[in-house]
Design a protein around this ligand. Sequence first.
Ligand SMILES: [Zn+2]
Length: 484
Amino acid sequence: MRVFIAGLGTETNMFVPFPTGRRGYEEFGVFRGDATRHPPRSFSGPLHVWRRRAEERGHQVIEGLLTFAAPSGTTVRSVYEGYRDEILAGVRAALPLDMVLLNMHGAMVAEGYDDCEGDLLARVRAIVGPKTVIGGELDLHCHISQQIIESADVLVTYKEYPHTDPMERAEEVFTLCADAAEGKVKPVMARYDCRMIGHYRPPVEPIKSFVDRIRALEGKDGILSVSFGHGFSFADVEDVGTRMLVVADGDKAKAAALAEKLGRELFAMRDIAVSKFLTPAEALDRVASHNKGPVIIADRADNAGSGAPGDSTFVLRALLDRGVGPALFGIVWDPLCFQIAEEAGVGATLDLRIGGKCGKTSGDPVDLRVTVKNIVRGAHQTYGPVKSPLGDMVWLSAGDVDVVVNTLRTQLFHPDAFEALGIDPTSYRIVVVKSAQHFYNGFAPIAAEVLYVATPGAANPDYVNLPYTKRKTPFWPKVADPFA
Ligand SMILES: [Zn+2]
């Protein structure tokens, strides 16, 4: 058998003021057929799994382009078309093919393309014809469009958030596609629009049990795979929102019925299923109820992992105004600030303008008199099984509030990002983390409590007021009963 593997992905926040160009992808790396000759990283991991599994079965693997850009604004048209066409040229050159396996994010938008994955999969289908099995892996923060369903045979999303399971899901994609290529199963897919937009947390109830139930349905009664697509909310596309996706063996009606049943189940528990967000003031009020820290406050709306800049100051302003400390705030993406602090040197005290540089969603810059406590270059933090780069970092102290600034736009995953600077996060009363949920596995064990706040940042979970213009069906919480 001949198996083609490739990957193209990003998560597009259409509400941030900057585009994603070639540099965004080059920062991760553009691998032209050799991603699996490098150590596995977040987005390249599934290709390693697919190559290994295919070679174990004696199949021939043809590897195409793989690249990924950190979540950010809409991808420049020529950049998307260039990478897409490289993948398509690879598919064409590799014909005949029994399987095409693509790692995608599922929420990639480019100028002129609201559904990049649908576009890519449809073009792959047009090249390979109806008999080749096409499989894809998606982040659960994806737009499950009709086009991706119609163009692929098997699509599987992650189940966990923090995303700890891309490798497991890659195993499933391979098994299902290989079984289909060998004629053992006939995968058919159906999706269901839950008519909800929300933020869900699988480590806690009721989502934890819901995901466990989904998992238990797989592999029996003709159900091959079940995906709960949380959706990615910061995109004005028709398919924005939460959807169920079921892959059944030959029975499309069965897939559709289960997708609807699960989608209705989720909808029925909507009030307790979605994360609740506090204002910064409410979160700081709540801190007073703890006599032992740290209370972890997630600055959800400025999560670089949702495409936000990572330099918003709304929560910092609230901390300074309230005067509750000691507090640690980070990580702020502000290369200019880092450069000035580095010039001043460790031990120096100076006036610095911090954050607020990327537009309205970043808030106003904050002017502080700070002492440079420490600097590290080329730092890393733990992200699941890998070390994720942080760029250069500086620890700034402004009395009762410490701020960590870095040069590489990324969300905060783990306390070891702070520890790299010699900071002990457990010594603070409050730790503000710029992350929506990926911080959770690292920080929850040291937290007195974990709180989530919303601000007017670029990933503000104010779903009622986000400027959606393309979604055609109503959704909760914008309307009380979207099925009426
Ligand atoms: Zn995600």
